[in-house]
Design a binder for this molecule. Structure first.
Ligand SMILES: Nc1ncnc2c1ncn2[C@@H]1O[C@H](COP(=O)(O)OP(=O)(O)OP(=O)(O)O)[C@@H](O)[C@H]1O
Ligand SMILES: [Mg+2]
Length: 288
């Protein structure tokens, strides 16, 4: 990634105006998250209040340790706040059990991670199918849905490939298909382009923009890179567990317009680059 993109500053913009008329998908009310490590307490979020409306595309920025992933995990129902309230589609989910949260997550939320988190000994199609099993989708329906999701990210012809046989960008597209397979209304991505080269990053932003523009998905991504945030519609900056800035992006970048201006990379070379990236969660991708 080029230097200018790693400043972690929110892009220039104007302060957000209230979106009138419709109810927020996400409403956080004074959310506090404190990790209790016995001797020390880590104050990861110190009172965050915000609203995100249907059809928004938000980029969350901020220095390392500022609380971005903590925020995303709470929004994604992967974790619970210590204090405060989280209303998802109007329902207060802050007091729900893990099991109840898991159910809501599988119905409403798709989550994409920096490390892709694919199962290494499992084909692209089977990786995408997994959430449909947890959601109790009928067997005949699972494969159809997984194929459809792979098609949406342009990977229909790679369904039989294992993660190690795919480039980094392709692996991330499989992860996006997996996030889409239960038809969520909210797509969350924590540093989705953090392990990808510049062109592939723009390809991923192209997918997110299309899902947002053409399918109406609400999208929230975490990114360190100003030029990636520029593809969103709104940017927030976090510092020390608090939201410090919240702006509408001016002169938004459109990935489908940027891509033709970027040099294309040989697919075979991309494959090598992708496999080289470190994957601590499934470090055995070469063992087949
Ligand atoms: N499970 C945990 N236990 C204890 N402390 C944690 C835990 N997860 C995060 N923290 C701490 O909470 C703070 C916020 O962490 P978080 O991961 O949300 O930051 P971040 O903004 O996502 O950073 P990065 O850009 O490096 O991913 C940090 O000080 C971190 O060390
Ligand atoms: Mg993080």
């Amino acid at each position: 990634m080029d230097q200018r993109s790693t400043t972690g500053q929110v892009p220039s913009g104007t302060k957000t105006a209230e979106t009138p008329g419709n109810a927020p998908t996400i409403r956080l009310e004074n959310i506090v998250k404190t990790y209790d490590l016995g001797e020390v307490q880590v104050h990861a979020l110190r009172g965050v209040s915000l609203e995100i409306y249907p059809g928004e595309f938000v980029a969350v920025m901020g220095a390392s340790g500022s609380g971005k992933s903590t925020l995303m995990n709470i929004i994604g129902c992967l974790d619970k706040p210590t204090r405060g309230h989280y209303f998802l589609d109007g329902k207060d989910v802050s007091g729900l059990t893990k099991r109840e949260l898991a159910k809501i997550r599988s119905q409403k939320i798709g989550f994409v991670f920096q490390q892709f988190n694919l199962l290494s000994r499992t084909s692209a199609l089977e990786n995408v199918e997994l959430p449909t099993i947890y959601a109790g989708v009928a067997i005949e329906e699972r494969e159809r849905r997984a194929r459809e999701a792979l098609q949406r990210v342009g990977l229909a012809e790679r369904e039989g490939h294992f993660p190690s046989q795919l480039s980094g960008g392709q692996q991330q597209r499989v992860a996006i298909a997996r996030a889409l397979v239960n038809n969520p209304s909210l797509l969350l991505a924590d540093e989705p382009t953090g392990n990808l080269d510049s062109r592939t990053s723009v390809e991923i932003m192209d997918i997110f923009q299309k899902l947002n523009d053409e399918h109406g998905l609400t999208v929230v991504i975490v990114t360190h890179e100003t030029d990636i945030a520029q593809y969103a519609k709104r940017a927030m900056e976090f510092r020390d567990g608090k939201m410090k800035k919240d702006v509408v992006i001016q002169n938004r970048s459109i990935a489908s317009e940027v891509l033709p201006t970027l040099p294309s990379i040989d697919e075979d070379l991309v494959g090598d680059i992708g496999v080289e990236s470190p994957q601590p969660s499934n470090g055995d991708t070469s063992a087949k």
